[in-house]
Design a protein around this ligand. Structure first.
Ligand code: IPE
Ligand code: IPE
Ligand code: MG
Length: 243
């Protein structure tokens, strides 16, 4: 596939977050089970990660499994967990070789030990890399994240490490799973749904949004490039009026 010319000149998003939606409908359109779509979706991630450096994207955060996705059938949930284990085992070496630094956000308590081991290993193995920062949101929910953060903050207050009067907009994010990441500049959701489904609630307060019809397994590096160029043309005012 021909590549789009890279003419971002520093105007592109530094942090892109993606709600990778539409795997089920993609499979359904082919008369295949939903998991077939999830496998096809997982294969798209590599191309997107590899496209980041030349688009100037330093942080890529992808929504893989939400705290609400446990409501799906046992077959789908088990299939997704197995896919995550296989994906991590298979991709660890390639991600490391490309200098990608991988982190996971979300609550690990409901995940199985084997998966947690693979996640720990991938984070540890890539901890020294300074290429693209890939963050995978797994059993992630924005409300759950804020609730967990608040619990830890309250514990620090109870322990006398933090005074209630000192809690401000800078304090709370230090307790979020994303504490070391900048806020996303651009949030993309595939599959035509115009909602954020509990993704990065605090962090995306001032993000630009793109809701596109493409189903995630059809998403490509050239579409990402197009969205990054469109982002570069937007006027981000953050509530102020330009002089
Ligand atoms: C996104 O695709 C992947 C996950 C939520 C795990 P979906 O599985 O939600 O696909 P649709 O929305 O049913 O098409
Ligand atoms: C959001 O997609 C979660 C992920 C992409 C992992 P969903 O398909 O779960 O969202 P809803 O249910 O349509 O809002
Ligand atoms: Mg969906």
């Amino acid at each position: 596939m021909p590549k789009d010319p890279v003419i971002l000149e520093g105007n592109g998003p530094r942090h892109v977050a993606i709600i990778m939606d539409g795997n089920g409908r993609w499979a359904q359109a082919r008369g295949r089970p939903r998991l077939f779509g999830h496998h096809a979706g997982a294969r798209r991630v590599r191309e997107v990660v590899e496209a980041c450096p030349e688009l100037g994207i330093k942080y890529l955060t992808i929504f893989a499994f939400s705290t609400e996705n446990w409501k799906r059938t046992q077959v789908e949930v088990a299939g997704l967990m197995s896919l995550f284990r296989r994906y991590i085992a298979k991709e660890t070496r390639a991600l490391d070789a490309r200098g990608v630094r991988v982190r996971f956000i979300g609550d690990r308590v409901r995940l199985d030990d084997k998966l947690i081991d693979l996640m720990d290993n991938l984070e540890a193995q890539t901890a020294g890399n300074d290429g693209v920062n890939l963050t995978i949101a797994l059993n992630y929910g924005g409300r759950d994240e804020v609730a967990r953060a608040t619990k830890r903050l309250a514990e620090d207050v109870a322990a006398g490490k933090l005074r209630p009067a000192d809690v401000d907009e800078q304090t709370l994010p230090r307790y979020l799973d994303t504490c070391v990441l900048p806020d996303p500049d651009l949030v993309i959701r595939t599959s035509g749904e115009a909602r954020i489904s509990n993704f990065l609630l605090w962090q995306s307060a001032y993000s630009e949004y793109e809701f596109i019809d493409t189903l995630w397994p059809d998403f490509s590096a050239s579409e990402l490039a197009r969205l990054c160029h469109a982002y570069g043309a937007r006027d981000r005012r953050f509530g102020a009026v330009k002089a």
